[in-house]
Structures are given as C-alpha cells and as structure tokens.
Design a protein around this ligand. Sequence first.
Ligand code: MN
Ligand code: MN
Length: 296
Amino acid sequence: MSIGPLDDETVEKYQEAGEVLRTVMDESAEMVEPGVTHLEVAEYAEGRIRELADGCAFPANISVNEEASHASPGRDDDTVFGEDMVCLDLGVHIDGYIADAAVTIDLSGNPEIPEAAEEALDAALDMVEAGADTAHIGAEIEDVIRGYGYTPVLNLSGHGVERWDAHTDPTIPNRGAERGTELEVGDVIAIEPFATDGSGKVTEGSKNEIYSLVNDRSVRDRMSRKLLDEVREDYKLLPFAARWFDGGRSEMAIRRLEQQGVFRGYPVLKEEDGALVGQAEHTVIVTEDGYENITK
Ligand code: MN
Ligand code: MN
C-alpha cells in the first residue's frame, strides 16, 4: 500500500524495520537490571539488529540518569546498571529505511518521569495528521510534561527520517515553538519527548563514542583511508560507534578523521548533575487518514 510519495516497497521496508525494532527493543529492555553491563545490552541489541535487519541506523544508545542522548558504551566499558534511570534508544534500517524508537526502564524509583514522557508522546501522536502544525505538537508535549511538574528537555527535538539519513526535517519540537511546519502525507517522523526534573537544557559532556561521516574527501594516511572506505561502504552517512572497529589503531584513525573534519563526533548530551531524564520515542508515517506507528 503506497502512502503519498512512498511506494509499496518503501512502505514495506519501513514496516519491516519497525517490526525488527519492536522485537529487539523488547528483548533488550528485559536484560536491563542491576549488575548487567551497558556493553552487554548494547552488543546484544546491535547483534540482533544485524541478524534480523540490514543494520543499525545508529549505535545502541544507553543513557542513564542525567544523560539524555548519544551515550553508548566504549569497547572496554565495564559500567554496570545500578539504581538508574535507563533510556534505551535503538535504530534499525532495512535498505537504508530507518525506524527509531526509545523506551525508559526505571530502576531508580522515579516512574513518573518516564510516565510523563510516555504520556506526552501519546498526546503528540494523537495530533499527527497531514496538515498538523509541528509547533502545536511541541506545545502539547510541553503541556503534558509540565502537568506532571517536570520540564521537557527544550533543546532536544524529534525529527524526520529519510533513506540513509537518521535526522532530517521536519523538526518536532518538545516545546511550544513560534513557528512550525505542516506535516505532509508520506512524511516519516520520529517523535521523542524527554521529561526531566532538571533544568530542561542539555549540554555536551566529554564522553564521545559515536561518530558519522560528514565531509567525504581523500585522506593521506593508509589507516585513515581504510577506515573511511569501510565507513562509506557499510554505514554511509549513518552514525557508527568507535567500538565497531577493532583495535587502538582504528581509534586513533577515527580521532584523526574527526580532527580533519571528515567525521563528526556526537558527545553525550546531559542534564545537570543529579537530574534524571526519561525518554519515549516512536517512528510514524503520516498517512491520508492520520498515521501509522511503525515501531509500536
Ligand atoms: Mn532515537
Ligand atoms: Mn530520534
């Protein structure tokens, strides 16, 4: 069934990516408990995605407590879950068509924070249809979260997805914005409210495990060239993790390519210390009569 500009085959690929994501999300979320390492869960999720789909749309994001986004364990990371608030954000692609979703597993005893994010997501989804204004959707998200006495993370947003591109227009704000855009039939969008008991503004931390190719050009040294070839071939413009390549020499090449502006790094985005962040996310296709949730 074609949807606006998306032909049957494209819609099926999105649906298949969504189905894999649901399966892997359920299995991975089950694993999150005290004593288990972040790395075990990330590697399990990524392994299952590679087994069932064409690849990860981005590395498994496992953000705990004040971390909101872009946290992914390093290759020797032995951090274990404690009494944490754990946001698990996974991405799957089939032939470059992307599904992106997140759930929060609360081990910290603050279930209302993820509940606020979930309810904001439900309220936002209720508004999704062709012609809906993204600014109104953002205002609704903000209202619901503030209704719980929390703050939305104001400087993180939902987004469109396109083939091989995990972050495109339109932006779906998590706040009442001055200007929005109108959704159109065939738009594929990820809506992702974040609720926090902190300031509502995330800043960049120092940890950085996730990169993507932003400026493809010829590089001189052999190790960098080999690594760049591999990224171009396997991930194109999709984000990848430093630990997906073996050995310290790859890490050095990645850092060098980042310094040269060929790769971009995604530092962890976090709230102030001591704050907690909960996230919920689904990817949906805007249809003639509303939307289809591909990750639910
Ligand atoms: Mn996500
Ligand atoms: Mn997203």
